[in-house]
Ligand binder design. Structure first.
Ligand code: NAD
Ligand code: MLT
Length: 527
C-alpha cells in the first residue's frame, strides 16, 4: 500500500508510517494541484494538513485512493461529498490539537486585552510608552463562545479559571451538557452578541457559519467588545470587522485565521487594535506530535486492518468494535452478495433485521457491509463501505433496519430481505461459535451452508436421482463438488441444494445441468 504525505508532518508520524510493514511512504510537499493530480493515482492513502487542497478535480484522478488522513481538525480543504462518492474514507484527528488551539485562544484574548504585542513592538522600537497601552481586565467579564465543541469547551474551562463568566451559543449542545461545563447556554445568538464583552468563535467553517459575524451582528454587540477568531477565516466577515473597528464599535480583534491564507496585505493588518498570528493555533510541539502520530496510526490501521477511527464520512470501527463485529461484516456482505446474485428483479427495498443483544449498538457498519454486498455484483469495485449508502440512495433503494431481541434457535441472527416488483427474497445468516458464518435459511428453505467461495444454488423438485445426476454431470466435466447442502419445503415438494465447487461453472455446463430432469433453475454465486 502506498501513502503520500503531501504537507509538512512531524517526524513522529513519518517514522510510524516508514516502519509499518506493508506500507510504502513518500513525502512530497509543496505540490501544485496539477502536480498532485498527476501522481495521486499511485496512492492508496494520502496524509495532509491544511495546505493540500483535495478538490473534486484532484480526487477524480485518485483511482486507488482509499483514505484521506488530515493531521488536524479542519477539513475545509477536502471535498468530502466528492470523496464519499468515490468511496474514500476521510478521517481527521479531532483530539490532537484542541488543547493547543484553546490555549492559543486564551493567549490571544489576554494579549489583546493587555495590548502585549503592541507594547512589545513599541518597547523594541526604543520607546517607553507606559500611558499608551492601557488594558482591560478579563476578571468577571462575560466571554461569549460561539460553538462549544471540543475547543470551545476547553476555552470555557480555562476562562472559568480566569473567573470570567461564560455564555455560549451552540444549537447542537444540550443545556445539561452546558451546565456540566459551567456555561450558560443562550438560545439566540443575538443574546450572546448583546451581552458579551469578549466573543470567540469555535465552529467549523460551513455554509451556515460563513459570515456568521457580520455588519448586522456587530451592530448588536456592546460598544468596546473584543473579538477572537482562532477557528477559521470566513466565519467573521473581515470587511465588516474592519469597519466596526474603525467606527470604534469593536475595541480589538485577535485573529489567527483569515479569509485568504497565507494572509498578506490584509487591510486589518493596518489597524493598531488588531493582533494577529499566522494560523498558529495548533503550532505546539505537543500538538504536532499528537496529530502526526494519531493520523499515522489511523491510516495504517485502516489500510492494513480495516479499522476506522475519527472518520467523518463513515461510522467509526475501532479495533475493539472490529474484533466484535468483524465476522458479522463479512457475513452481512456475503448475505447481500448472495441475494444480489440470485435475485431477478430490480431491488426497491432492503430490510435488515438484527436479532440478539449483540446488535444493540454498532450495527451501522453491518448495514453498510450488507449494502456493499448487495450492490457489488452490479457495480463492482465502484461501491465500497464508504459510498454504499449514497449509492443505494442514488438508486432509490429504501433501506430499513430493525432490531429484535428474540433470536429463536440462534444466539444472533441477521435476516436480510429484498423486495421489488411485488417479489421478495430473503436469507438468514448467523455465526457458529464466534467466527464461522452460516446461511441458515433461504426463502422458505432451512439449510446450513457456508456463504463463501464458488457456489451453485439449484432449485429442483424433490425427486430421487436429482443430486446424483448433477454429480455425474459435473464429474464428467472434471468439476469437483466440495460440499453439498439440501433443504426442502416438504417431502416430494420443492427443494434447493447449495453446492460448493472447486471451480466456477461456465454457461455451457449450466445449460447442460438445466436439461436434467426435475431441475427448475441453476444459479452460480461467487462470494
Ligand atoms: P467541534 O466539532 O468539536 O466543535 C464545533 C462546534 O460548533 C460543535 O459543537 C457544533 O455544534 C458547533 N456549531 C456548528 N455549527 C454551529 C452554528 N451555526 N452556530 C453555533 N455553533 C455551531 O470542533 P473543534 O474541534 O472544537 O474545532 C473548532 C474549529 O477550530 C474548527 O473550525 C477547526 O477547524 C478550528 N481549529 C483551528 C485551529 C487553528 O490552528 N487555529 C486548530 C484546531 C482547530
Ligand atoms: C486544524 O484545523 O487542525 C488547524 O487549523 C491546524 C492546522 O491547520 O493544521
Amino acid at each position: 500500500m502506498k501513502v503520500l504525505i503531501s504537507d509538512k508532518l512531524s517526524e513522529a508520524g513519518i517514522e510510524k508510517l516508514t516502519h509499518a510493514n506493508g506500507i510504502q511512504v513518500d513525502v512530497k510537499t509543496g505540490l501544485s494541484p496539477s502536480e498532485l493530480k498527476e501522481i495521486i493515482g499511485e496512492y492508496d492513502g494520502i496524509i495532509i494538513r491544511s495546505a493540500t487542497h483535495l478538490s473534486e478535480d484532484v480526487l477524480e484522478a485518485a483511482r486507488n485512493l482509499k483514505v484521506i488522513g488530515r493531521a488536524g481538525i479542519g477539513l475545509d480543504n477536502v471535498d468530502i461529498p466528492a470523496a464519499t462518492r468515490k468511496g474514500i474514507v476521510v478521517m481527521n484527528t479531532p483530539q490532537g490539537n484542541n488543547i493547543a488551539a484553546a490555549e492559543h485562544t486564551i493567549s490571544m484574548m489576554l494579549a489583546m486585552a493587555r495590548k502585549i504585542p503592541q507594547a512589545t513592538a513599541s518597547l523594541k522600537a526604543g520607546k517607553w510608552e507606559k500611558n499608551r497601552f492601557m488594558g482591560v481586565q478579563v476578571y468577571h467579564k462575560i466571554l461569549g463562545i460561539i460553538g462549544i465543541g471540543n475547543i470551545g469547551g476547553i476555552v470555557a474551562d480555562r476562562a472559568l479559571g480566569l473567573k470570567m463568566r461564560v455564555i455560549a451559543y451552540d444549537p447542537f449542545i444540550s443545556e445539561e451538557k452546558a451546565k456540566e461545563m459551567g456555561v450558560e447556554l443562550v438560545s439566540h445568538l443575538d443574546d450572546l452578541f448583546s451581552r458579551a464583552d469578549f466573543i470567540t468563535v469555535h465552529t467549523p467553517l460551513i455554509k451556515e457559519t460563513r459570515n456568521l459575524i457580520n455588519k448586522d451582528a456587530f451592530e448588536k454587540m456592546k460598544d468596546g467588545v473584543m473579538i477572537i477568531n482562532c477557528a477559521r477565516g470566513g466565519i467573521i466577515n473581515e470587511r465588516d470587522l474592519y469597519d466596526a473597528i474603525v467606527s470604534g464599535k469593536v475595541a480589538g480583534a485577535a485573529l489567527d485565521v483569515f479569509e485568504v491564507e497565507p494572509a498578506k496585505d490584509n487591510p486589518l493588518f493596518d489597524l493598531d487594535q488588531v493582533i494577529v498570528t499566522p494560523h498558529l493555533g495548533a503550532s505546539t510541539r505537543e500538538a504536532q506530535r499528537n496529530v502526526a502520530s494519531a493520523i499515522a496510526d489511523q491510516v495504517i490501521a485502516f489500510l492494513l486492518n480495516r479499522t476506522i477511527q475519527n472518520a467523518v464520512n463513515v461510522p467509526a470501527v475501532s479495533p475493539e468494535v472490529m474484533e466484535r463485529i468483524g465476522p458479522y461484516l463479512d457475513l452481512a456482505e456475503n448475505l447481500g452478495g448472495f441475494l444480489a446474485q440470485v435475485c431477478t428483479f430490480r431491488i426497491e427495498e432492503v430490510d435488515i433485521e438484527f436479532h440478539g443483544e449483540m446488535f444493540e449498538k454498532d450495527t451501522e457498519p453491518i448495514v453498510l457491509a450488507t449494502l456493499k454486498g448487495l450492490l457489488a455484483p452490479v457495480m463492482g469495485d465502484d461501491v465500497n463501505f464508504v459510498n454504499a449508502k449514497v449509492m443505494a440512495q442514488q438508486r432509490r433503494i429504501k433501506v430499513r433496519e430493525t432490531k429484535v431481541e428474540d433470536t429463536g434457535d440462534y444466539t444472533t441472527l441477521i435476516v436480510l430481505r429484498i423486495k421489488g416488483q411485488d417479489r421478495e427474497e430473503s436469507i438468514w445468516g448467523t455465526l457458529f461459535g464466534k467466527k464461522e458464518p452460516r446461511i441458515v435459511r433461504y426463502n422458505d428453505f432451512i439449510i446450513e451452508a457456508i456463504p463463501q467461495g464458488e457456489i451453485i444454488l439449484v432449485e429442483n423438485y424433490d425427486r430421487p436421482g436429482v443430486i446424483g445426476n448433477i454429480g455425474m454431470t459435473l464429474g464428467k466435466k472434471g468439476i469437483n463438488i466440495a460440499t453439498m447442502q439440501f433443504g426442502r419445503d416438504k417431502m416430494g415438494g420443492q427443494a434447493i441444494s447449495l453446492l460448493h465447487l472447486d471451480a466456477p461453472l461456465n454457461d455451457e455446463i449450466i445449460n447442460e445441468l438445466l436439461t436434467l430432469p426435475n431441475l427448475i433453475s441453476v444459479k452460480p454465486i461467487r462470494l
